[in-house]
Ligand binder design. Structure first.
Ligand code: ISL
Ligand code: CA
Length: 552
């Protein structure tokens, strides 16, 4: 298998608004990040993925960009950004920026021109359509709002927005718009960045005419079949690669909701000259019901294992996997897939062991490395995320659920779970800010914080440092073949990683109780072969959430 630096890297995702506030306005910023680069270097990460820091009205916390060439006021200045990049490079780390080009903010100058008149030269930078019978051009729902179309009475037409109405979709059919995007990407690459994470990049091509989803009623319907992995998406990405990406030794990861393994191979197979890897959300959907993430559904370990096996084998020699169980849109993994009460320490370590012993590039989301957990705010007023607030208001308006039911979904799946401030120490506001934080700090910061965990040899943090080091020292964990074992076991996830005559066996107990496990025949384990574990001593049984990694 071809070796690349981005296959061997461990990536750390920073959500800047919640990472570290340097000036007391309660909002994280670039100078705050600069002050924590030694912490990241010491953790052992190689690449930082920085969520959007461009100018934005923050309708969707920076995923609504009003100027791609400047830094959001709350985060600092372009010279702060340049100092941060140089400090990152000085420490031998790399920086990838978040590229949000499926849509811009409605406050972007392009949109202001586009909406000003039908014959403005930038009209077709966005997607405008007449209504039909006094209604939206099609019955698509958006990710965040009932309709994906917003009426603009200035010119009497609707514009498309797959997300909030302040996030109008850019029209990738327009070659002039594509050139504008490529020019902007080159400008950032000239500044020395090391790649991009590309926001919902598989949504940029829509089916001609934006047709309605066939339906008997007048309600809004999910139209993903008309804009996910659309007709020209690969053409656009190959053009982007030819004109921009191929000229640099960079890393690219596409965020591609709803892709399956076969689609993913089309985006990431090396000879396709598109992207290096994608984020898939099949695993992230395992506990969602038919109607989507807010419908809570129990999950089975065998389903969890089968999804991972499918992606490990599906992209072997045919692309590359990204590996994550957390990000700024997902609940905290220890609360979702582990136990954030009795066995928080053990289950956070066990889940971290999974992510760092599979084939692919591991992504650590800020706070995951200290076992941060979900949050339960007392009232909806304390929630900040537009997706959550829109959901709450929509469901309340439709009256089909009571408030407690709605709050249960928000506690379990709301994105603010991942956006409470990073917990640095046990001082006020967890050392995140000396001002009033933009969102409440999780009250468990008193015991869950970087300072405590740096001083505790058995902390999640110190385990993560060992995990990252283990991966560096064992290329078989990066490049080795994935071979599942004990596949039908509903309690234990176990697999072998093999490369040449190197063999490593991983055993993970996903349950909060002692479980038996029977090794496949022919496999012998020994204490001297043990590479890492979240328990000191090892019996025949596995202890609650016990993880073991053996050389065999
Ligand atoms: O958030 C989700 C589920 O709760 C996802 O559906 C998510 O909205 C989708 O994967 C797209 O996410 C990306 O684009 C959004 C932005 O809100 C997310 O933060 C970003 O990760 C629009 O830019
Ligand atoms: Ca600040």
């Amino acid at each position: 298998m071809k070796q690349n630096w981005w296959k061997e890297a461990v990536v750390y995702q920073i959500y800047p608004r919640s990472f570290c506030d340097s000036n007391g306005d309660g909002i994280g910023d670039l100078r705050g990040i600069i002050s924590k680069l030694d912490y990241l270097k010491d953790l052992g990460v190689n690449v930082i993925w920085l969520c959007p820091v461009y100018k934005s009205p923050n309708d969707d916390n920076g995923y609504d960009i009003s100027d791609y060439y400047d830094i959001m006021d709350e985060f600092g200045t372009l010279s702060d950004w340049e100092e941060m990049l140089s400090d990152i490079h000085k420490r031998g780390m790399k920086l990838i920026m978040d590229l949000v080009v499926n849509h811009s903010s409605d406050e972007h100058k392009w949109f202001k021109e586009s909406r000003s008149s039908k014959n403005n030269e930038k009209r077709d930078y966005y997607i405008w359509k007449k209504g039909k019978d006094g209604r939206e051009p099609s019955n698509w729902t958006s990710f965040f709002t009932p309709s994906a179309w917003e009426y603009d009475d200035k010119t009497g037409e609707y514009y498309l927005h797959l997300f909030s109405k302040k996030q109008p979709d850019l029209n990738w059919e327009n070659p002039k718009l594509r050139e504008e995007i490529f020019t902007m990407m080159k400008w950032w690459l000239q500044k020395g960045i090391d790649g991009f994470r590309m926001d919902v990049i598989n949504c940029i091509s829509k089916v001609e005419g934006y047709p309605s989803v066939p339906s008997q009623d007048s309600g809004y319907k999910w139209g993903g079949e008309y804009f996910i992995n659309g007709p020209r998406v690969h053409e656009y990405l190959q053009e982007m690669n030819r004109k921009v990406l191929s000229k640099h030794d960079i890393m690219t990861v596409g965020e591609t909701p709803d892709v399956n393994v076969d689609d993913a191979a089309l985006y990431t197979a090396e000879e396709r000259n598109e992207l290096n890897m994608v984020f898939q959300f099949e695993l992230m959907g395992i506990d969602s019901g038919e109607s989507g993430k807010w419908e809570l559904k129990p999950w089975k370990l065998t389903d969890f294992k089968n999804i991972i096996k499918k992606w490990q084998l599906g992209l072997e020699n045919n692309g590359w996997n990204s590996l994550f169980l957390n990000n700024h849109d997902q609940p905290r993994m220890v609360s979702r897939f582990g136990d954030d009460k009795k066995y928080r320490n053990e289950s956070a370590k066990m889940l971290g062991t999974l992510v760092h012993t599979l084939q692919g590039t591991p992504y650590i989301y800020q706070g995951e490395e200290i076992g941060m957990t979900n949050i339960k705010f007392k009232s909806i007023e304390e929630y900040k995320d537009i997706e959550t607030i829109n959901y709450y208001n929509e469901v309340l308006k439709n009256g089909d659920k009571d408030v407690n039911h709605i709050m249960e979904s928000i506690y379990s799946k709301g994105r603010d779970n991942a956006r409470t401030p990073m917990q640095w120490n046990d001082e006020e506001n967890a050392g995140f800010t000396f001002g009033e934080p933009w969102i409440k700090v999780n009250p468990n910061y008193k015991e869950i914080n970087v300072k405590n965990e740096e001083e505790d040899k058995d902390s999640v943090l110190n385990y993560y440092k060992k995990l990252i080091k283990l991966r560096k020292e064992n290329p078989v964990l990066i490049y080795g073949k994935f071979i599942p074992v004990m596949e039908q076991d509903e309690e234990v996830f176990s697999y072998i990683r093999e490369m040449g005559n190197e063999k490593i066996l991983v055993i993970l107990n996903f349950k909060g109780k002692d479980v038996d496990f029977v090794l496949p025949e022919g496999i012998k384990i020994s204490e001297e072969g043990l590479l890492i574990s979240n328990y000191e001593n090892h019996d025949e049984k596995l202890k609650p959430y016990e993880a073991r990694v053996y050389k065999i």
